[in-house]
Ligand binder design. Structure first.
Ligand SMILES: [Zn+2]
Length: 154
């Protein structure tokens, strides 16, 4: 048995000010469980993206999340849960003046970034190319079309 305080779980590099991975802390095998706190103007993901084989579920605990989706922009309020199907493009962010707190679940767990991004620089959609940084501490992700860096993870 393992247990953790959700607010004390392992920290992950993120575009949100807080990303705590319950998956890492408890060694969960089958899915991802991340706790996000995003201040006004922060985002839950780097850019508009989709996971070909992974469904993503977001439970908004506090505040309102906004998602860009293939059906346009939607708002998800505290107490609501939204599910994106495998292959469905989305990008979540906080465009309110309040704090946003979200629990994000996704399954099956991807070994690395397996998603397809819409490059914020050139607009093309492709799976990014991954490299390890020179100091060995981060994985860097690049657009295969324009070569811009689109993400990094510790
Ligand atoms: Zn690009």
């Amino acid at each position: 048995m393992k247990r953790t305080q959700i607010t004390a779980a392992d920290t992950r590099m993120s575009t949100a000010s807080v990303c705590r991975s319950v998956t890492d802390s408890l060694g969960i095998d089958g899915f991802e469980w991340n706790y996000y706190r995003a201040a006004p103007e922060e985002t839950l993901s780097v850019c508009y993206h989709a996971h070909p084989d992974e469904e993503e579920i977001f439970h908004v605990i506090e505040g309102t999340a906004t998602f860009e989706t293939e059906q346009g922009k939607i708002s998800v309020d505290a107490g609501e849960v939204v599910r994106f199907e495998p292959g469905e493009f989305q990008h979540g962010f906080n465009e309110t003046d309040e704090q946003l707190t979200v629990l994000a679940f996704s399954a099956p767990r991807e070994p690395e970034i397996g998603g397809i991004i819409e490059c914020p620089h050139c607009g093309e959609r492709d799976q990014p190319r991954a490299e390890t940084s020179a100091d060995g501490t981060n994985r860097l992700y690049f657009c295969t079309v324009c070569d811009a860096e689109v993400n990094r993870k510790d």
